[in-house]
Ligand binder design. Structure first.
Ligand code: G
Ligand code: G
Ligand code: MN
Length: 287
């Protein structure tokens, strides 16, 4: 219980404060509730759901994709955000199972939504470092590709710089396989880690997701514009599309459009949405 408590306290300082505050309040109220991460049960009970955040094409303004973001519909805690459980699952190795679960969920939604999705629509799935290095993950994609390539080709796998650094050989091999399968790959959170420009030509990537930290300062007079211009133009020269993340204001949106980013994502466009709201958003927007 003390460990759980400490975890909550630590998390109180994190991004999704209110969730943990509520969880803590709830835990105190019913003190016999022992908080545990019953991951296997959660998988069996399908407690993980997706929220879907739209991705727009800057040129047309159309929705041309979405990112699936996992949430845990916990029977006692309510809706729990990934910052809370992903670090734990990474330590235990169970993250690989979650990655597979979310991949399966994404594919099932792509099938379910096939009738109303725009032609070029892609669904982005986040994959952990160990998930991307695992044989199971890649094998599953190969099997699904055999069954229905039109579905798997709508996937975009989001990996992080860490994935590229650790286990370089497996990653190179897996990236080659995805290319054969016509599955896109995005490098997520670019700008938070090493931000090495050499990754961009060393690995075959389709999208570069420019981290919110670059987008944040855009309204002020800063050298971020200069850096963004350089990154976007280098990516262009390498035929890699750029996605700007965490766009929160109209000003940022306009600036990123001017700089020449290809795709945009952020609260200014839409928050991560429940499935039904996502469908409504997409259909209204493409009227
Ligand atoms: O909404 P946001 O709080 O959803 O996500 C927080 C972090 O959790 C982000 O870094 C995101 O990449 C990660 N994340 C969200 N969904 C998934 C998922 O399905 N799998 C993995 N491995 N990471 C995810
Ligand atoms: O690491 P990754 O880029 O996958 O994580 C995306 C995270 O960013 C998710 O937690 C998502 O909820 C969050 N997010 C998406 N758009 C915005 C935004 O405009 N502002 C902020 N603060 N967070 C955002
Ligand atoms: Mn992501």
């Amino acid at each position: 219980i003390d460990a759980d408590h400490a975890m909550y306290q630590a998390k109180l300082m994190g991004r999704n404060q209110y969730v943990f505050f509520e969880a803590l309040a709830e835990q105190n109220k019913t003190s016999n509730v022992k908080v545990e991460y019953d991951f296997d049960n959660a998988v069996n009970n399908l407690e993980f759901i997706g929220n879907y955040q739209p991705l727009i094409d800057f040129r047309s303004g159309d929705v041309i994709g979405a990112e699936v973001l996992v949430r845990w519909q916990h029977p006692k805690l309510g809706l729990v955000f990934p910052d809370f459980f992903i670090p734990t699952l990474e330590k235990s190795g169970q993250i690989v199972q979650l990655d597979l679960y979310m991949l399966k969920l994404a594919l099932s939604k792509l099938k379910l939504w096939a009738d109303w999705l725009p032609e070029k629509f892609k669904l982005n799935v986040n994959v952990s470092t160990s998930g991307f290095a695992s044989e199971d993950f890649i094998r599953y994609l190969q099997e699904q590709h055999q069954k229905s390539a039109v579905i798997t080709e709508r996937l975009c796998i989001e990996i992080t710089e860490e994935s590229l650094i650790l286990n370089v050989d497996a990653v190179k091999k897996h990236l080659d396989i995805l290319k054969e399968l016509n599955i896109s790959v995005a490098l997520d959170d670019f700008g938070t880690g090493y931000s090495s420009l050499s990754y961009l030509h060393q690995f075959s990537l389709d999208y570069l997701k420019i981290d919110k930290s670059f987008v944040d300062g855009l309204n002020a007079i800063s050298n971020k514009v200069v850096i963004l211009n350089a990154v976007v133009n280098l990516a262009k020269a390498l035929k890699i599309k750029t996605t700007a993340e965490g766009i929160e204001t109209a000003e940022q949106y306009q600036k990123l459009k001017e700089i020449g980013c290809d795709l945009g994502q952020g609260y200014h466009i839409a928050k991560p949405l429940l499935e039904a709201d996502f469908k409504r958003f997409l259909l209204n927007r493409s009227l």
